[in-house]
Design a protein. Structure first.
Length: 226
């Protein structure tokens, strides 16, 4: 089923509103462009025929006007020659061509007005076709750009999700190991009667009393040596 029913539908069409009504505006525009091109080809043929008729009418009218002037001159010549009968015949022929010229003039006027309408319609369809092609080009470009962005965002989202998930898992595993090690160390210290807080002062587990004892021994050794 065609989008346009007649030429006036094409000229008055609001492409923006039409695109909103269709689920696939790109496909709609392609169909509209195809119908417009077909309508323009038909309109061109009809306009060409009508213009040819106009030219033919104009040529025929000019011929009858020339004939009318010709018989007017023949009538004048006959009068000058004193031949009234020939003058009457010449004037009669002149009248025939004048009547034909008047009829052709009316037909030519109607044909010219029709051709002007056809030209305006043709110009309107060409303008609407150009608008549709621009809209299709813009829509296609936007659609391609959107598809590219979707692919980029999809990949980016997948990569970020994988990286973040891996990082969180590694951190959680490390935290659990550290907490487990700390808990085990505290438990061992508690079982051995050692204050875990003293580990901060002496990481190798040596008490202050032991250090003081060794210091006293060094002093005694030095005094005995002297």
């Amino acid at each position: 089923m065609g989008i346009f029913k007649k030429i006036s539908d094409i000229i008055s069409a609001n492409l923006g509103e039409m695109m909103e009504e269709y689920e696939n505006p790109e496909l709609m525009l392609k169909q509209a462009i195809s119908e417009m091109e077909n309508s323009i080809r038909t309109a061109l043929q009809e306009t060409a025929k009508s213009l040819a008729s106009e030219k033919k009418l104009a040529k025929e009218m000019a011929h009858n006007e020339n004939e009318s002037r010709h018989w007017q001159e023949r009538a004048a010549q006959a009068v000058a020659a004193g031949d009234d009968e020939l003058a009457r015949k010449a004037l009669s022929r002149k009248k025939e061509h004048e009547k034909i010229s008047v009829a052709l003039q009316d037909q030519l006027k109607v044909c010219q007005e029709a051709n002007q309408t056809l030209r305006h319609q043709l110009d309107g369809m060409k303008a609407k076709l150009a608008e549709a092609k621009r809209s299709l080009a813009t829509l296609s470009a936007r659609n391609k750009a959107a598809q590219v962005r979707k692919k980029i965002y999809a990949r980016s989202g997948e990569m970020n999700f994988d990286l973040d998930d891996s990082a969180f898992q590694t951190f959680e595993q490390l935290r659990e190991k550290v907490e487990q090690a700390e808990a085990e160390a505290d438990a061992l210290a508690e079982l051995q009667g050692i204050d875990p807080a003293s580990w901060d002062r002496d990481e190798v587990g040596v008490s202050d009393s032991e250090i003081d004892q060794e210091l006293e021994q060094l002093k005694q050794a030095q005094n005995s040596g002297q």
